[in-house]
Design a protein around this ligand. Structure first.
Ligand code: SAH
Length: 280
């Protein structure tokens, strides 16, 4: 097998810690019929563990060299369709068509799905139940969160390795909220599972990492697409100028008359406040 030289541009830091791999698997609460989407399988350390627990693993790797290495390493699992390995950029993937082309469209294939009468007016659309479990490339953390949390077919749960600082910002509360923490909490319940020191990776990244789990992912906070769009507009505008007060930032969108919004800054608002503002 060829020796692979880690590419910095693709955020390649391979996890080599058994306890960290175990913690990721435990946080995933994987059942034997689960469909798992893995982003950036790398050399397959986590993929191997996922295959031991899940029903089907769909792994998306951008790097051609690593893709070839994985094809060889997991030839057996690929042959019996337990592993679906795809060489693509995760941010270019259309989730719905990914599932259709890999798992099929039919209802009678034994895969777990759920039907919803969703608020987009397309009644009884069949969506896939799946989880994202991955040690991701850190340079696209924000893009991955945004893509999959706001996706029509959201994952039920995400377990991700991220930079420790980012993990702390996601779970921050009480006056330290950010657009990142509010947008994650709008769709799910984030928590830090474990801090992971840089030396647990090869090559070691510059900063420490942490495993986060985002549980109970849904759109329950929004009653309509309009409401969801308004929420994003208000949150983005509310956080636009960090030094300004909330009322100043939001001046062009809404007039805040209530006393309670007078002297407050964006980072002091809780999710429930933003939801209240976007429902007006
Ligand atoms: N999960 C592996 C590797 C983590 S490193 C492990 O735990 O050891 C991040 C991985 O994501 C690398 O394999 C890198 O090639 C891949 N990657 C980077 N950008 C990507 C993208 N846009 N889409 C899919 N994979 C990507």
């Amino acid at each position: 097998m060829k020796i692979h030289k880690a590419k910095k541009s693709l955020g390649q830091n391979f996890l080599k810690s058994e306890p960290a791999l175990k913690a990721i698997i435990n946080a995933g609460e994987i059942k034997s019929d689960d469909v798992i989407l893995e982003i950036g399988p790398g050399k397959g350390a986590l993929t191997k563990k996922l295959l031991e627990h899940a029903g089907t693993v769909i792994a998306i790797e951008k790097d051609r060299e690593l893709f070839a290495l994985l094809q060889e390493k997991f030839a057996e699992e690929i042959k019996n369709k337990k592993l679906i390995l795809i060489q693509e950029d995760i941010l270019e993937i259309k989730t719905q068509s990914l599932f259709e082309r890999t798992l099929g469209r039919s209802d009678g294939d034994g895969q777990r799905k759920f039907s919803t009468e969703n608020f987009r007016g397309e009644s009884k659309k069949t969506l896939r139940l799946y989880k994202i479990i991955a040690n991701i490339p850190y340079n696209i953390t924000g893009a991955i969160l945004k893509k999959f949390l706001t996706e029509e077919n959201q994952p039920e749960k995400m377990v991700l390795m991220v930079q420790h600082e980012v993990a702390k910002r996601i779970v921050a509360r009480d006056g330290s909220e950010s657009i990142l923490s509010i947008s994650v909490k709008a769709y799910g319940d984030p928590k830090i599972v474990m801090k992971v020191p840089a030396r647990y990776f090869s090559p070691a990244p510059k900063v420490d990492s942490a495993i986060i789990a985002i549980n109970n992912i849904s759109r329950k906070n929004f009653n309509s697409t309009q409401e969801e769009e308004k929420f994003w507009e208000i949150v983005k505008t509310g956080f636009a100028h960090k030094r300004k007060k909330l009322s100043g930032n939001l001046k062009s969108l809404i007039k805040l008359t209530d006393e309670k919004w007078k002297n407050i800054r964006a980072e002091e608002l809780k999710l429930s406040d933003w939801l209240e503002l976007s429902k007006n």
